[in-house]
Design a binder for this molecule. Structure first.
Ligand code: FAD
Length: 440
């Protein structure tokens, strides 16, 4: 049985980051993946999604400009778009595996613990001085009859034929983004959620603007609604809810994601879990001192995102290999939904500082700017939260909210005052970031 300095279970953004960093050391490393090498983000998450969003945005922006100098809106040829997506992304897992295999041993298969330092893959056992679990998450299974007829975000991102009507169960960011893309491609959409509003991770006033824009495009929301059952018909399906039936051609279960822990036999290694995933201390160490966990599989309050997973990979490398001793401390994390318009947020939220001393809140309408007016983006609203003149939070809805909030992020993270910002730089004008200096 071979012993490694490190065994990485998973090869998504968290483990890939560590494997890249370990490639520059003399450490003996084994990387194991039972699915697509590279994990969720490049294969069935962020990257294919933003690729498809490019064409969706072109359609939606041209629709928005109808009668304002644009006489015909763009349309999507779904099979052509999907073919370009498949051509670009299909080779990636093999390429990622090849890159990892240049520096490390690689095993294809699902790993499980045999004891505190031993892993088994396809009947073969390996021991590791340090074992890093980075197995990510998978879509939640709906606890209703007919759940076997539902599809996941992974299926949608490789959908070769565009259904006429699509029902999304769940109104979180994954559902709202995919509904935006399929809606722009010409599908009729219904979004069902048991809560009273979509995008619960974002401020309500901004989320409602996104919802209204989607409704204006014909997307139907059934909120405060619970799915009871999904029935197969001769043609299509019926989604039965406590508020009536939805006939549909394709059902997407976007009701949430769960940590990939069931196959790992964690009990054999005395590794504790809770509902959120693997329990770690503030050095990302599990309850087994030889084992650490990073990325989406970890039980923690931070959003489950690629840059957060990579940050943890970097942190753990610095801690284990570079002598860094401090606890993991997360910087300000920006989040978004690539809907149309987009919604994005970073730092402190205005509703959390109501009545608190030292805080001020600024609300700005963005649609007056010629940049927004030229694109007929009427949605733009920006909220800035200051604490003693230092920007501590920002959230926005607009066609370019994600990039806009990224422009405010260094100001929040580096705690720059308006005076310092304006003294240090003059931004390109007119462009998205030109609003930063003037609004601080
Ligand atoms: C539709 C969608 C859109 C998203 N969009 C964004 C976005 O716009 N921006 C963003 O920042 N994030 C986005 N995310 C989230 C992002 O993809 C994840 O946060 C990120 O991939 C987490 O990385 P990870 O390394 O922790 O896990 P993953 O990328 O999930 O990788 C885990 C790997 O472990 C493997 N594995 C699992 N169990 C085992 C086992 N027992 N043995 C061996 N291998 C195993 C899996 O096959 C997988 O390859 C999106 C996710 C989805 C689903």
């Amino acid at each position: 049985m071979k012993t490694y300095d490190y065994i990485l279970i998973g090869s998504g953004p968290a483990a890939y980051k560590m494997s890249n960093l370990l490639a520059n050391t003399k450490r003996d490393v084994l990387v194991i993946d039972g699915g697509e090498f590279g994990g969720t983000c490049p294969n069935y998450g962020c990257e294919p999604k933003i690729f498809l969003e490019g064409a969706a945005r072109a359609v939606l922006q041209s629709q928005q400009l109808l009668g304002r100098g644009i006489s015909q809106a763009a349309t999507i040829d779904w099979s052509q778009l999907m073919q370009t997506k498949l051509d670009r992304f299909n080779p990636w897992p093999a390429q990622t595996r090849e890159i990892i295999a240049k520096s490390h041993d690689v095993a294809d298969g699902y790993a499980k613990f045999v004891d505190s330092q031993t892993i088994e893959v396809n009947g073969k056992q390996y021991t590791g001085d340090r074992i890093i679990i980075a197995t990510g998450q998978h879509p939640n299974q709906l606890p209703v009859p007919g759940h076997e007829f539902t599809h996941t975000s992974t299926d949608v991102l490789s959908l070769t034929h565009l259904p006429q009507h699509v029902t999304f169960i769940g109104a979180g960011y994954v559902s709202m983004e995919l509904a935006t893309i399929l809606g722009a491609a010409g599908a009729d959409i219904t979004i069902i959620d048991h809560s009273s509003r979509p995008l619960k991770a974002f401020p309500e006033d901004k989320a409602n603007i996104v919802k209204q824009a989607m409704e204006d495009r014909g997307i139907e929301f059934m909120l405060n609604t619970t799915v009871k059952q999904i029935d197969r018909q001769d043609e299509g399906f019926i989604v039965e809810t406590d508020h009536g039936e939805v006939p549909t051609d394709y059902v997407v279960n976007a009701s949430g994601r769960r940590p990939n822990i069931d196959q790992l036999n964690l009990a054999a290694a005395k590794i504790e879990t809770d509902r959120g995933g693997i329990v770690v201390d503030d050095h990302l160490q599990t309850t087994n001192p030889h084992v650490y966990a990073i990325g989406d599989v970890v039980s923690r309050p931070q959003p489950k995102l690629t840059p957060v997973a990579e940050f943890e990979g970097q942190y753990l490398f610095d801690y284990l290999e570079k002598g860094a001793t401090s606890s993991v401390e997360y910087p300000v994390i920006a989040t978004t939904a690539f809907t149309f318009p987009e919604i994005a947020e970073a730092g402190v939220r205005a509703s959390d500082v109501v009545g608190k001393e030292g805080y001020t809140v600024k609300n700005l309408d963005l649609h007056y700017a010629s940049l927004a007016a030229g694109q007929n983006d009427q949605s733009g609203k920006l909220t800035l939260v200051f604490h003693n003149e230092i920007l501590v939070g920002a959230n926005e809805v607009s066609d370019y909210a994600a990039d806009d909030i990224n422009n405010f992020l260094p100001v929040i993270g580096l705690k720059v005052t308006g005076k310092e910002y304006r003294r240090a730089l003059i931004a390109i004008y007119p462009a998205l970031a030109d609003k930063v200096g003037g609004s601080l």
